[in-house]
Design a protein around this ligand. Structure first.
Ligand code: SAH
Ligand code: SF4
Length: 350
């Protein structure tokens, strides 16, 4: 289809697009309410628009689809959803069950080009950036498929890909996710996770006000450059400075994610270096014991090493939680998302 896909437009872009057709501003809200609040994905189904307007829209625009291919459910209630994009590539989202609600972990790229040594998504390499509507539709589609009486409360951009390497589209997605007449989430409920693209952290801080999570994963430049190659361009000192300057929603703290890898970055000495490194930053820690996958050379540390690492941080007055791995049996845990990209790409070629 060669008409414009309105899924990728922010609320204000849709207003401009409709103005070009001579339509009033409020029409944009009518259309997005149908799309995001009622799940209607054809202009024809938008019955409070005149028939003539619906036909006119259909001649210049369309609403693309993000197809749910499969939903896998873990023993612990975590669900992994495999989506197929219009060009046949696949991405994954993970729904994590909390006490009374769900946290949805969304992808921002098909694959990832950052090449972190411990990440399966990284091992697949970069396929392409997701468009704004492809990021948003992971939420819009799943909103209608969760059990009644519970809701998606938090959105974390921690699925496949590096959100800040797809900056414009991520920002547009945030505008749609938070738009009153769209998905209506508050910015406090959105977290963008980055491996540390420093200039983009600065821009994000100016452009919007979402929660920031930074995947630190090491407390010295030698180890971090080995694990997270972007550290060679933006070393720890620059990254921590950017974190200090980041503007968060009120009373929020930066989350530092730290993947604990057996014998690599999990000693008490590492924990002390880490405490010194982030001294004075308004932050909390998520410690993630490395999730193993086939062919990974790294190992998960023993439980007691994880606890002693945590205790050092706590003794330095930091909040540190060990993120219990969820969905490991369906490869939905952190760093295990691959989107089975090879399979689906192959399918489109044949
Ligand atoms: N690209 C962004 C967001 C997606 S990665 C980022 O790097 O922050 C989401 C999180 O999964 C990151 O904190 C990353 O460090 C972690 N992760 C990646 N591979 C992992 C693995 N094998 N085990 C545990 N956590 C992993
Ligand atoms: Fe990309 Fe994040 Fe994986 Fe690194 S950890 S390869 S940035 S998805």
């Amino acid at each position: 289809m060669h008409t414009t896909d309105i899924r990728h437009m922010t609320p204000s872009e849709l207003v401009c697009f409709l103005a070009g057709l001579g339509k009033e501003t409020y029409r944009a809200g009518q259309i997005t309410r149908w799309m995001y609040q009622r799940g209607v994905r054809t202009f024809d189904g938008m019955t409070n628009l005149s028939k003539h307007f619906r036909e006119e829209l259909a001649s210049v625009a369309h609403i693309g689809v993000l197809r749910i291919d499969r939903i896998l459910e873990s023993k612990d209630g975590t669900k992994k959803i495999l989506f197929i994009l219009e060009d046949g590539l696949a991405v994954e989202s993970v729904l994590i069950r909390e006490r009374n609600h769900w946290t949805l972990c969304v992808s921002t790229q098909a694959g990832c080009g950052m090449g972190c040594a411990f990440c399966l998504t990284g091992a697949f390499g970069f396929k392409r950036n997701l468009l704004p509507g492809e990021i948003v539709d992971q939420i819009a589609m799943l909103k209608f498929s969760i059990p009644e009486g519970s809701d998606i409360l938090n959105i974390v951009m921690m699925g496949m890909g590096e959100p800040l390497a797809n900056y414009e589209n991520t920002l547009k997605a945030v505008a749609i996710i938070t738009g009153d007449t769209c998905l209506g989430f508050s910015k406090r409920r959105i977290t963008v996770s980055t491996c540390g693209i420093v200039p983009m952290i600065g821009r994000l801080s100016k452009d919007t006000e979402v929660n920031l999570a930074v995947s630190l994963n090491a407390a010295d430049n030698t180890t971090r450059s080995m694990l997270v190659p972007v550290n060679r361009t933006y070393p720890l000192e620059m990254l921590i400075d950017a974190c200090r300057d980041y503007r968060m929603p009120r009373r929020r703290r930066i989350t530092f994610e730290y993947v604990l890898i057996d014998g690599v970055n999990d000693s008490e000495y590492d924990a002390r270096k880490l405490s010194a490194l982030v001294a004075g930053v308004n932050c909390k820690f998520n410690l993630i014991p490395f999730n193993e996958f086939q062919d990974s050379s790294f190992k998960t540390p023993p439980g007691e090493r994880v606890q002693s690492f945590r205790r050092v941080l706590v003794s330095h007055h930091f909040t540190a939680v060990v993120r219990m791995s969820k969905g490991g049996d369906i490869m939905a845990a952190c760093g295990q998302l691959s989107g089975q990209l090879e399979d689906h790409t192959a399918k489109t070629i044949t």
